[in-house]
Design a protein around this ligand. Structure first.
Ligand code: HEM
Length: 262
């Protein structure tokens, strides 16, 4: 039998994965599950794209990196836009099934943490075993990403191939620590902005992507605030107060640090 749409996409599996837990059923629980699953699929795609960007950077492939950052930025915009759908769910409606989540929370999204780590924001003070469960694929993936060079580490490699002098200590830095702003890198970025218009296109796309992630954090906090107010999160954090701490957290610090000099 020839390959069908259903088999190629494994739809029989995919469409059995939405399992609301409320009894009697609460209408909006399906939306809550579908939206989160869709996010996880997009996170998977973004990780796939970021892995390619790392290879593009190391290979000095500017056009490859531009192409892929354009896609990653577009996915990010879609992620922000999708929160509108969940905001059609009222606090009353969410309350009707919130207890069914028990301690489940987006806080335990291993792929989201992978994304942060891949982008160089290594939040290694978190208890990964408690968050993701020891011996789970999610835990292994987060730990692996913690020990991997980030997009920024590969970006340094790219910049060097474009004539920038990247300090030795940045090239051999401890990759389990977050990437941090560096004035020498900023000077190199300024120089490239001025003399390499094609590389400047890449920098702008990277800034778009980073702004998109910050928009997501802001929209998520507002969604949380309008849905649960100042209640604690199901993941055990302070909720809105906890989420506010990473608002405006840039990934590509050096690109933001020079805007006033452009
Ligand atoms: C009604 C909808 C939502 C509510 C009330 C909500 C609530 C929360 C709260 C309170 C936290 C803080 C951790 C905790 O104590 O639980 C959190 C974290 C998080 N949520 Fe949501 N959330 C919602 C929708 C979403 C959606 C659609 C996603 C998409 C995947 C998502 C992803 C995350 C992530 C990744 C974190 C961790 C953020 C970080 O560590 O910086 N949430 N959420």
């Amino acid at each position: 039998m020839s390959l069908t749409y259903t088999r190629y996409l494994e739809l029989e599996k995919l469409l059995t994965l939405q399992q609301p837990r409320s009894s009697p059923p609460e209408h909006d629980e399906m939306l809550f599950i579908v939206v989160h699953q869709v996010y996880e699929l997009w996170f998977k795609q973004l990780l796939h794209e970021l892995d390619k960007i790392k290879r593009d950077f190391s290979a000095n492939d500017l056009y490859g990196a531009i192409h892929t950052f354009k896609r990653a930025r577009t996915v990010m915009k879609t992620l922000v836009g999708q929160l509108d759908i969940l905001e059609t769910m009222t606090p009353m409606s969410f309350n009707s099934f919130r207890d069914r989540l028990e301690t489940a929370s987006g806080f335990q999204s291993a792929q989201f943490r992978e994304l942060e780590f891949a982008l160089g924001y290594k939040r290694s003070d978190m208890d990964f075993a408690a968050l993701y469960g020891k011996d789970t694929a999610g835990h292994a993936a987060v730990v692996r990403r913690l020990g991997e060079r980030s997009v920024i580490d590969h970006f340094y490699e790219f910049l060097e191939q474009r004539g920038a002098a990247i300090p030795e200590e940045l090239k051999s830095r401890d990759v389990t620590a977050s990437n941090a702003p560096d004035e020498r890198v900023q000077a190199a970025l300024l120089d490239l902005y001025q003399r390499a218009k094609d590389v400047a296109i890449l920098f702008e796309l990277m800034t778009d992507f980073d702004e998109g992630l910050q928009e997501w954090r802001y929209r998520h906090v507002k969604l949380v605030e309008r849905t649960i107010g100042n209640k604690k999160g199901t993941g055990g954090s302070l909720g809105v107060e906890f989420l506010k701490r990473s608002l405006f957290q840039p990934m590509f610090h050096d690109l933001w640090a020079i805007r006033h000099q452009l």
